[in-house]
Design a protein around this ligand. Structure first.
Ligand code: NAD
Length: 501
């Protein structure tokens, strides 16, 4: 498998692909029962790249019924742990072998630079599946201390059918953060991928079956959130919904769970992460380069994007000047199929308009643009491009500080003391992530303890591996992805008390 090295070669590969567009149920692609479809448009140029089957409640019923028979006959849950492990390892190997095709599909569908998919998303997808495959036979129960007349066993069992609803910013990776532990734990799953970028998720399901995964264990229903997503969340045979997406939809899912079977609801939702630059940091230039990646990578469409730059007043002016200059040097906004591109378009024209509206609102509220602010030198007028944007003269009560933008937009606020930095950082309904830049160990520990965030980075941003639980405090969610504990979150505990006397 030779990886294309020029835009022309990626274009040629993309022209040769015929993406699957059906729902994936019981190991094969099928149309929606009612024949409904929706267009899948590339944000690169606004062209329709696929016409997708649009699942409705009846299709969700069919997908869940297929999972239920797989669950009830035990074709997956009762497989020996190492046999399940072998399937997941083979699944990862097949995904790796199809890297080029998956990278180009993801790039066309979502707008992400093809090099990013190859160098970031796909390696993380593989790591996730292999990590949870390795965890399968490491799950252990317990024998508790009882008197001699009893034996007490605590065991972990899979839940049954789990529904996963995922967003478009990392379509494959966000799906696999859910699917790998769901499947490793022995459950069956119905995935409802984001309607903006469903193409690669269908391939993940196809490759699972190709790797030896029994048909019916992993089904995919494309469709709209308010139709297929809602039907999945209301379904009485679904034991848990696991979700990554907006806080507003996360709240709805809790309502749907209450209206149906009180299913468990695991939420990874929005964020507005602060990056704090203390006056004693080691090296401002290094910190700025990392901070830039922390907000502008993936064109800012990252839940933990470090969009709030809290800078000690003594560093402020130098920070803003260098941040703007380095951003211009580091990002090349261009066609995502060009391997040299480091920033592609946003996922859709709708998202571009959302972001530009927020930029305009920030200006109306008195914030001043220090960089970007519009489409910039976009390579195509039909593409959903927004240039990296930086706001200064920003107040804590402004929308640009309080509301998620989900685009390449950051704001700078100056602070005078550690206490003020913490108050600004925590002054948000969100609490997904935060970073602190300081050379003082005591300051670092104090601030880590004071920050209301599920993930805190010290002298870095976005670093981590599979051992890092990822998820938020406050309205950023109520669960964690990654880490072996998330396997247990797709299992339930059984206590068996044996009377021996
Ligand atoms: P979204 O909430 O609009 O959509 C996410 C998913 O929910 C999609 O599949 C959508 O179809 C579905 N959905 C929408 N309405 C629904 C409904 N009524 N019932 C059931 N499902 C429904 O979010 P988005 O715009 O796709 O993604 C961006 C959001 O995701 C941002 O808020 C971002 O912060 C968040 N996000 C969070 C994390 C995290 O780990 N915390 C990671 C990535 C993205």
């Amino acid at each position: 498998m030779k990886t294309p090295s020029t835009r022309a070669e990626w274009e040629a590969l993309s022209a040769s692909l015929r993406p699957d567009t059906g729902l994936f149920i019981e190991g094969r692609f099928v149309p929606a029962l009612g024949g409904e479809t929706f267009d899948c448009t590339s944000p690169r140029d606004g062209q329709v790249i696929a016409v997708m089957a649009q699942g409705q409640a009846a299709d969700v019923d069919r997908a869940v019924a297929s999972c239920m028979s797989a669950w009830q006959d035990g074709r997956w849950a009762r497989l020996a742990p190492r046999a399940r492990m072998a399937v997941l390892q083979q699944w990862a190997d097949l995904i790796e072998a199809q890297s080029n095709e998956l990278a180009v599909l993801e790039s066309l569908d979502m707008g992400k630079p093809v090099s990013d998919v190859l160098n970031n998303d796909l390696p993380e997808v593989l790591k996730t599946i292999r990590y949870f495959a390795e965890c399968i036979d490491k799950v252990e129960g317990a024998v508790t201390a009882t008197d001699a007349t009893a034996l007490h066993l605590i065991t972990h069992e899979p839940l049954g059918v789990v529904g996963a609803i995922t967003p478009w910013n990392y379509p494959m990776l966000m799906a696999v953060w859910k699917l790998a532990p769901i499947l490793a734990a022995g459950n069956c799953a119905v995935l409802k991928p984001a309607e903006q970028a469903p193409l690669t998720c269908l391939q993940l399901a196809r490759l699972f079956v190709e790797a030896g995964g029994p048909p019916g264990v992993f089904n995919v229903v494309n469709g709209l959130g308010a139709e297929a997503g809602k039907a999945l969340a209301l379904h009485p045979d679904v034991q848990k919904i696991t979700f990554t997406g907006s806080t507003a939809v996360g709240k709805l899912l809790m309502v749907y769970a209450g209206q149906s079977n009180m299913k468990r609801v695991a939420l990874e939702t929005g964020g507005k992460s602060p990056q704090i630059f203390m006056p004693d940091l080691y090296d401002l230039d290094t910190a700025i380069d990392r901070a830039i990646g922390g907000i502008y990578d993936n064109a800012g469409q990252v839940c933990n994007a470090g969009s709030r730059l809290l800078v000690h007043r003594s560093l402020h002016d130098r920070f803003v000047e260098r941040f703007a200059a380095r951003t211009e040097a580091l990002y090349r906004m261009s066609d995502p199929l060009d391997p040299a591109t480091t920033m592609g378009p946003l996922v859709s024209q709708t998202q571009k308009q959302n972001v530009l509206k927020r930029v305009a609102l920030a200006q109306q509220q008195g914030a001043r643009i220090a960089l970007g602010g519009g489409a910039g030198a976009a390579p195509s007028e039909d593409g959903a491009y927004v240039a990296p944007t930086l706001f200064v003269d920003v107040r804590q009560d402004m929308s640009i500080v309080q509301e998620e933008t989900f685009g390449p937009v950051a704001s700078v606020q100056a602070f005078d003391s550690e206490a003020e930095a913490i108050a600004l950082a925590n002054g948000s309904i969100y609490g997904l992530a935060a970073s602190v830049w300081t050379a003082d160990l005591k300051t670092a520990h104090r601030m880590v303890a004071a920050l209301q965030a599920g993930v805190v980075w010290v002298n870095c941003f976005g670093d981590g591996d599979m051992t890092q639980p990822f998820g938020g405090y406050k309205q950023s969610g109520n669960s964690r992805d990654k880490h072996k504990d998330s396997l247990l979150a797709y299992m339930q505990t059984k206590s068996a008390w044996f009377q021996l006397a």
